[in-house]
Ligand binder design. Sequence first.
Ligand code: MSP
Length: 643
Amino acid sequence: MAKTYYITTPIYYPSGKLHIGNTYTTVLCDALRRYKDMRGYDTFYLTGMDEHGKKIETVAKERNLPPIKHVDEIAEETEKLWERMRISHDDFIRTTEKRHKTVVQKIFERLLDQGDIYPGMYEGYYCMHCESFFTESQLEEGNLCPDCGRETSKLQEESYFLRLSKYEKKLLDFIEKNPGFITPESRKNEVVAFLRQGLQDLSVSRTTFDWGIKVVSNPKHVVYVWIDALSNYLSALGYSTDDDAKFQKYWFGDEVVHVVGKDILRFHAIYWPIMLMALDIPITFRLHVHGFYMQKEGKMSKSKGGVIYPDTLIENYGLDELRYFLLRELPYGSDGVFTPESFIDRINFDLANDFGNLLNRTISMINKYFQGKVTAYSEATTPYDEDLRKVAEATVADYETLMDELKVAEAIKTAWKLISRANKYIDETTPWLLAKDESKSGELENVLYHLAESLRIVGILLRPILLEASRALFKQLGVPKSLREYETVTFGELSEITVTKKPSPLFPRLDVKEEVQKLQKVIRGEEESEKTEEDETLVSLDDFTKLDVRVAKVVECRNHPNADKLLVLTVDVGDLGTRQLVAGVAKHYEPKELEGKLVVAIVNLEPVNLRGEKSEGMLLAGSNEKTMEILFVKDLEPGDPVQ
Ligand code: MSP
């Protein structure tokens, strides 16, 4: 029976279009999956979307869409992108699907029942504007919100906690006993150092937003992101359902690999194994952590501009070119940089010159000297044959080791060693001189055979990487289907081939200056359009008039029971009745001094729950670094409109 291989990408946040940074993980897993397929494994490749949480709820609100509509749209867009990139996934899990929700709810209740999850109070810094909690270390200087820069206040919220501390020692032991559990080694060391500092229990539920999976036994709470997200690796396999055949087959199979970027290392190396330990599920996976694609200027992020999207590159340069660059340029264990120059150079030097040209020259010579057909010829040899064969054999062996170690960039580099060796072989054997001497015809055929055979091997090795070019290579060289398979990767399997009469270049050479400029413009263009999307401050009159702004009379005012910066006001809005507002003005006003005053408030905002107190609108106040002033009016009536 074939060995099994289960490989996963992280599930992506549908907060916007995916850029080449997050695309990388998907392409990497795709290449690994195709490699394992080629090696005869029974593979299962999972990817998907992480669709819950406050951020997604906010993005949807900004787009004036119900969250489900928003995530449906992005999920569809993402699936189209994967189709375009010929990603070979078997399943696309979405955390809003019923099959996932049910599993998460079961997991949560089970952990709660057995005491691994317990109720408590979460204390953090709350930004009223973003309605989000932050830890102290996430805040900007002066305790400001890292998202909007506004002041935050220290608040408490009811929350469930996952008992990480209980499993700290067990996890350290596990990591020690399984040296290949986290790769690269440097990432493992990071995790061990973190664990040694001691773990704090993890807050795993929220009561301040709805867009999530409800806790069955206490629906006031929604499961907070990580338990929800990480469980996808099980729910997609049917864990804990009547149909758990995939779970049995792949989770307990031969190899399980989670591939993630370095930013989500801790969640996968600590929270996830602890969840599994608590659930009594064996940790069968290994965790592979890759670095980031950066811009010259630093991190690739939408807010910094200059984000590069895969569609643009595929449209202008082709899918193989993008796949090749992404997989080749990010070295194992560290970060890589995307620059227009490096992208065009890789296409010109590696793909067009070294690889494409070798194929083109070989086919042209076979046509020119042997009417398109060569046969394995062993009688007349050259002094360079043996070395070429040896390099081919070593390349295959190294490639296998490197791919098995998930070192894809290095495996590609190895394939290029054979390409370079074959190019050198042409210079050494000088076929154009052999062609001049009738008596050297056997030697010439032998040389061309060696070149064709080297290229066939390269074609097999690159099958998981260059989807179109490897096919084109086999077709142009005339390699029969059976000799495109990995079992035939040994030098000498080919006995005879007939090449195409009209070879066409695999990769056209690009004009560096022109293309770099074009690419820079594309990136800048995208940056500009991103900016207008993100930094747009103009609001249409239509949008503005949607707000119902009214004069309101404060009938009662008290301190918030759980937050010292907040006041709770009951206001009279004339014909609209009374409303409760929670406002962050306690540092500047005493409750009593506000009673009886006429203030201005937005009264048709969706109600929110702020530390256990409902807020049904927003009190208007101006502020600067020194002070804050509520907008008071004098001679108007409660309920009068403010325009
Ligand atoms: N939703 C979580 C993952 C939950 S998995 C149970 C998440 N999503 S994400 O969309 O923000 O990121 C998905 C992946 O893209 C992560 O592996 C992240 O490291 C990767 N990358 C995001 N930007 C990247 C680069 N610039 N370069 C390489 N990978 C990058 O995190």
